[in-house]
Design a protein around this ligand. Sequence first.
Ligand SMILES: NC(=O)c1ccc[n+]([C@@H]2O[C@H](COP(=O)([O-])OP(=O)(O)OC[C@H]3O[C@@H](n4cnc5c(N)ncnc54)[C@H](O)[C@@H]3O)[C@@H](O)[C@H]2O)c1
Length: 324
Amino acid sequence: MIRVAVIGAGYWGPNVIRTLHELPNCDLAAVCDRSPGRLQYIAERFAGVPLTTEVADILHDPSIDAVAIVTPVSTHRLLAEAALAAGKHVFVEKPLAHTVADAEAMVSAAERAGRVLAVGHLFLYHPAVVRLREAVHAGELGTLCYAESGRVNLGPPASEVDVIWDLAVHDIAILLSLLGSEPVEVACERRRYVHPSLTDVAFITLRFAGGFLAQHHVSWLSPVRVRRFSLSGTAGAAVFDDTRTEGKLLLTDKGEDSRIAGAAGTGELFYRPGVVRVPELGTAQPLAAELSHFLDCIREGRRPLADGHAGLAVVRVLERASRG
Ligand SMILES: NC(=O)c1ccc[n+]([C@@H]2O[C@H](COP(=O)([O-])OP(=O)(O)OC[C@H]3O[C@@H](n4cnc5c(N)ncnc54)[C@H](O)[C@@H]3O)[C@@H](O)[C@H]2O)c1
């Protein structure tokens, strides 16, 4: 039984709290939020869970093994460093931090403390992305050529980070985990159309050594919700559409086209698009898979799939996109 406390019970915190509460071999040890109203909300839904407005109560409790930090990004470094210094394993919601300097400090703090540091790159644990990773590693798509993604919706009314840090973080985390490398160039066209102070639309282009190219579009201005990530290779392509209820992941072969090679010959000239396959996906809930993996890593002394280094790599790209 691993005893985990959650800091932050705002919009996303209750999802983490409920998931930890339901996971076997996990004891939801406490919930901390500096707002008593948020604690009242938790008390009404999770009877008997100890509640506190003081982070120190959690850090000074030696029976607590780990902490999940589900607070705004500006607080991540301070809370994570304090928890690691108190000997706790730490899960931090995405993005790991708002600057490379903060993310690097958190990675170093985890290494010094010898504790697990995981970052909430939720989509790495989505069954469609798990299957896509298998397809990439098995060479089903051939040599990877390019990726494109669209993640748009109406913006959150109150966010301390712009649309790049709010939305592109997900697609960049997916991409870096599939490629296992970081871009050599990051370019970004961004605009602030409606929001009083923050970028609300961006087109981010990443160029990788070897020629791989990626383009990510994010927007808070779209009344239509889009969640689409596609990846093309020399032998096929994949499309992950998280708005679909069925067939969230489509895989295709590379199709056939006799028009180029056969142009001067006597045979029929034809074009056939790739045959679409809809692979069976696991049924795991991404958040349960993510948190359960965090607990396994604590038990087995392993590095999480989305560890501090993975979180830092994503922050490096986001920071370059914010400047580019
Ligand atoms: N994985 C996902 O899909 C996903 C979705 C939404 C949010 N998030 C992430 O979750 C984190 C929280 O986002 P949110 O939308 O829930 O924010 P929020 O502002 O709704 O909630 C944050 C809560 O943290 C509390 N808090 C802040 N500082 C505190 C402190 N020092 N001690 C105790 N409590 C403190 C606040 O009182 C608030 O209730 C962010 O990192 C965000 O990016 C992830």
